[in-house]
Design a protein around this ligand. Structure first.
Ligand code: PLP
Length: 391
């Protein structure tokens, strides 16, 4: 077996597409103007930002004024949640979210609860990680000022019933935010069809650069800026614009959405081969997330009697980059809050493995993974007292 280099962690980040890179490069060198400057160099930068804004707006089916460029998905989530919460304190203090959100949403809600007197409902999910829209409706009170539920989960890939939740939010006249960071390159982003009022995106998840994001804010919905200073982004987000990054984001989003169907078809075929291969070759293994309503590139599992960390190291030694749903890497040995919310016991949740495919992966990468993973799991299990006791 020849050792290869295989990247299967596209939910963490993606390489920048060469076409995106090419579009960005002039804005680092000859077109380096500040978009707020009146002279030609500045106005060139302004034009580039305006063009990018129009492109993003077209994809989201909104107007350019409804697009706010930010520095990342986390900032978009923070601006949406804090911005709505702080402006509406007079109306109410209740926020509805789910128990499987990314920390950019979850920790923001927790901080509002702990330090600013807000009350947050963390809705449960079913065993596939789906929020029930009926639970959203039941949780609404006359103090609810925001509902924030993610479009697709970053660990298990489950797609949430956003349009249905949006309908409920609209009927109750409550602003609805969705964290679409994992959905950006793979799912439909039409904000009218989705019934959303705020939506977050991050370029580095769809072959754009790191450090640039979008917050869509529906006309008529107001928020309190969290970053104050100049009048950038129509007074909603101060700070000199990241011109190259914004151009890169728009180019990457256009490419991703233009080729969405063909890319998804290819990825789904690879993903399903990966899922079937792993489930059939490794005993005591379960698919996590929804069997059908899942991101085209996400294959995630729990593998009993092994630690996710051990598998990652074993795979890395074979040149494969993968991820574990658990937060073990950040020194806390807590299993993933997402898997726990799905009712998976902690000892099983410790053995999670997330493989997320992308443009560079082909069938030979899937074959290679299927060739090496069973041996890695077998070796780890042979050292596990729990496995010995169970077998
Ligand atoms: N939301 C989700 C669902 C994510 O997966 C991520 C990143 O992994 C973020 C938010 C944060 O995005 P960024 O890395 O751009 O801050």
């Amino acid at each position: 077996m020849t050792k290869r280099t295989v990247y299967m962690d596209h939910a963490a980040t993606t390489p920048v597409d060469p076409r995106v890179m090419e579009a960005m490069l002039p804005y680092f060198t000859e077109r380096y103007g500040n978009a707020s400057s009146v002279y030609r160099l500045g106005q060139e930068a302004r034009k580039a930002i305006d063009g990018a804004r129009a492109d993003v707006a077209q994809i989201l089916n909104c107007t350019p004024r409804e697009i706010i460029f930010t520095s990342c998905g986390s900032e978009s989530d923070n601006l949406a949640i804090r911005g709505i919460a702080f402006l509406n304190q007079g109306k109410g203090n209740h926020i509805i979210t789910s128990s499987i959100e990314h920390h950019a949403v979850g920790h923001t809600c927790e901080q509002l609860e702990k330090h600013f007197g807000f009350q947050v409902t963390y809705l449960p999910v079913d065993k596939y990680g789906r929020v029930d829209p009926a639970d959203v409706e039941k949780a609404i009170t006359d103090k609810t000022i925001l509902i924030t539920i993610m479009y697709a989960n970053n660990e298990v890939g489950t797609i949430e019933p956003i349009a249905q939740i949006g309908e409920i939010a609209r009927a109750h006249k409550i602003p609805f935010h969705t964290d679409a960071v994992q959905a950006g390159g793979a799912l439909d982003l039409d904000v009218e069809a989705l019934n959303v009022d705020l939506l977050s995106l991050s370029a580095h998840k769809f072959y754009g650069p790191k450090g640039v994001g979008v917050l869509y804010l529906r006309r008529g919905v107001r928020l309190l800026p969290t970053q104050t200073g100049g009048a950038h982004e129509l007074n909603r987000r101060a700070g000199t614009e990241n011109v190259a990054g914004i151009v890169g984001l728009a180019t990457a989003l256009k490419l991703a959405q233009e080729h969405r169907e063909e890319n998804n078809r290819r990825l789904i075929a690879l993903r399903d081969r990966l899922i079937e291969g792993i489930l059939s070759s490794i005993p005591d293994t379960q698919l996590t997330g929804h069997p059908k309503e899942r991101l085209p590139n996400n294959a995630s599992f729990t593998i009993n009697y092994v630690e996710g960390e051990g598998m990652l190291l074993g795979l890395d030694m074979m040149g494969i980059a993968a991820s574990s749903g658990s937060a073990c890497t950040s020194a806390s040995l807590e299993p993933s809050h997402v898997l726990l919310a799905m009712g998976i016991p902690p000892e099983v949740a410790h053995g999670s493995l997330r493989l997320t495919l992308g443009h560079e992966n082909g069938g030979e990468d899937v074959d290679y993974l299927l060739e090496v993973l069973p041996g890695i799991v077998e070796r780890l299990r042979s050292m596990s007292p729990l496995y010995t006791a169970a077998s």
